[in-house]
Design a protein around this ligand. Structure first.
Ligand code: NAD
Ligand code: AKB
Length: 341
C-alpha cells in the first residue's frame, strides 16, 4: 500500500517553511517535501519524508510515486524573478518544464487513485506588465484580466503555467475518442511580494522590502535598489499561507476561475524605510537606484483587485500594513536577531 501524501516542491524555500509549519498542525496530513537543497532540520520532524532532488529529474518523480500516493501538490519550486533574468534558459526549464512534469504527475496520480489531485500554484504579480509609470499610477488596483504582458522571463513563465494548469483542468485531451476528466484541480494565486519574519529572500525583485527590514533589525547598512516612490503590493507571510490553504479547501463548485489575485497592503519604498527607521532607529538605509531592476518594479502593479477571491472563497487578509509591521514583522524579527546575538 502506498501512503497518501501532500507533496510540496521547493519545500525548503520561504513559503515552504511557513506551509510545512502550518500543515504540521493539521491532523492526518502527511507531507513529502522535495527540494534541491536539504530540508531545514527544524522542519524535518513535520514531514513524512524529505527528498533532495530536482523537479526536472523524471526518475526521481517516478521513484516518489512508487512509494507515495499523491493527493495534493503545492508546487512551490521555482527560480524567482531576478535570478530568472540572469539565467533565462534555466528559468524556463525549471519554471515551465518543472511545472508540466508536476501537472503530468498529478494527472497520473488522479487516474491511479480515482480522486482529483489539487494542484496549488503560487503565481505572482510579475505576470502583469504595465506599460508606463503613469499607467501604473492611473490603474490602481489591477484585475486578473488586465495588463497580462509580463516583461520578465519569470513573469512569462508564471503566466504560461497558469494557462497550462487551466488547460490540464478543463481541456486536457479534448479530442480523445473517450474524453474523461484529467483529475487535475489546478488553483493559482497571484501573490504580491511576501515578507517573512523568519526567512530572508534571495533571487526576487520585491526582495528590497524584506531585505530593508532584516538589515534594519540587525543595524546593518542597506542600499535600496528602487527609488523612494516605487510602490508594490506586499503581504505578510502568515497571510500568504492562509491564502494558499484557504484556496486549497474551497469547494470546487464555488470557484469560477483558476487564478486569483490576493491583496493585503501597498507601500512605497519610502514608507517601508520610515517604518523600519521608526522601529529600529539605528537603521542605515539609503537609496541607490539600479535602473534595470527598478524598471521591473515599475511594470508591476501598485495594488491588485482581489474581489474575485473575496467573493468566491471568502479571502480576507489578517494583516494590514500596521498589523503586519507592529504585530508580526517587527516583534518577530527583533526577537529572532536578539536570540541569535
Ligand atoms: P524560495 O526561492 O525561497 O524557494 C524556492 C525553493 O525552490 C528553493 O528552496 C529552491 O531550492 C527550490 N528549487 C528551485 N529549483 C528547484 C528544482 N529544480 N527542483 C527542486 N527544488 C527547486 O521562494 P519562495 O519565496 O518560497 O517562493 C515559492 C514559490 O512562490 C515560487 O514559485 C515563487 O515564484 C512563488 N512566489 C513567491 C513570492 C514571494 O514574494 N516570495 C511572490 C509570488 C510568488
Ligand atoms: C519576486 O520578486 O520574484 C517574487 C515575486 C513577487 O514573485 N517575490
Amino acid at each position: 500500500m502506498r501512503k497518501p501524501v501532500v507533496l510540496i516542491t521547493g519545500a525548503n524555500g520561504e513559503i515552504g517553511h511557513g506551509l510545512i509549519a502550518h500543515l504540521a498542525r493539521v491532523p492526518d496530513v502527511n507531507v513529502v517535501a522535495l527540494d534541491l537543497k536539504p530540508l531545514d532540520e527544524r522542519l524535518r520532524p513535520s514531514c513524512a519524508a524529505a527528498l533532495v532532488g530536482d523537479i526536472l529529474d523524471a526518475n526521481l518523480l517516478q521513484r516518489l510515486i512508487s512509494e507515495y500516493e499523491v493527493h495534493a501538490i503545492y508546487h512551490l519550486a521555482a527560480l524567482l524573478s531576478t535570478r530568472s533574468e540572469y539565467t533565462p534558459d534555466t528559468a524556463h526549464r525549471v519554471n515551465v518544464e518543472g511545472t508540466i512534469n508536476l501537472l503530468r504527475l498529478a494527472h497520473e496520480q488522479a487516474r491511479w487513485h480515482g480522486n482529483p489531485v489539487k494542484f496549488l500554484f503560487p503565481s505572482s504579480v510579475a505576470v502583469y506588465g504595465l506599460p508606463s509609470a503613469e499607467t501604473k499610477v492611473k490603474s490602481g488596483r489591477v484585475r486578473e484580466s488586465e495588463f497580462n504582458f509580463p516583461t520578465t522571463m519569470y513573469g512569462c513563465n508564471k503566466l504560461y503555467c497558469e494557462h497550462l494548469g487551466r488547460y490540464f483542468t478543463r481541456h486536457y485531451r479534448q479530442l480523445a475518442a473517450e474524453r474523461s476528466a484529467s483529475g487535475v484541480d489546478f488553483r493559482a494565486i497571484r501573490f504580491p511580494g511576501l515578507i517573512s519574519a523568519v526567512t530572508v529572500p534571495a533571487g526576487g525583485t520585491s526582495d528590497y522590502a524584506p531585505e530593508m527590514i532584516h538589515a534594519g533589525a540587525q543595524g546593518q547598512p542597506y542600499s535600496c535598489f528602487v527609488a523612494e516612490q516605487a510602490r508594490l503590493p506586499f503581504m505578510a507571510m502568515p497571510d500568504g499561507i492562509k491564502a494558499l490553504v484557504s484556496l486549497a479547501s474551497a469547494p470546487t463548485g464555488s470557484l469560477a476561475q483558476c487564478v486569483y489575485n490576493v491583496g493585503s497592503f501597498s507601500l512605497s519604498a519610502a514608507e517601508i524605510r520610515d517604518r523600519v527607521v521608526k522601529a529600529f532607529p539605528g537603521a542605515k538605509i539609503r537609496f541607490e537606484v539600479d535602473p534595470p531592476r527598478a524598471a521591473i518594479v515599475d511594470t508591476w502593479p501598485a495594488d491588485v483587485d482581489d474581489s474575485a477571491a473575496r467573493r468566491e472563497w471568502n479571502w480576507r487578509p489578517d494583516y494590514d500594513a500596521d498589523r503586519a509591521f507592529n504585530e508580526y514583522l517587527i516583534p518577530t524579527i527583533s526577537d529572532y536577531y536578539r536570540r541569535r546575538a
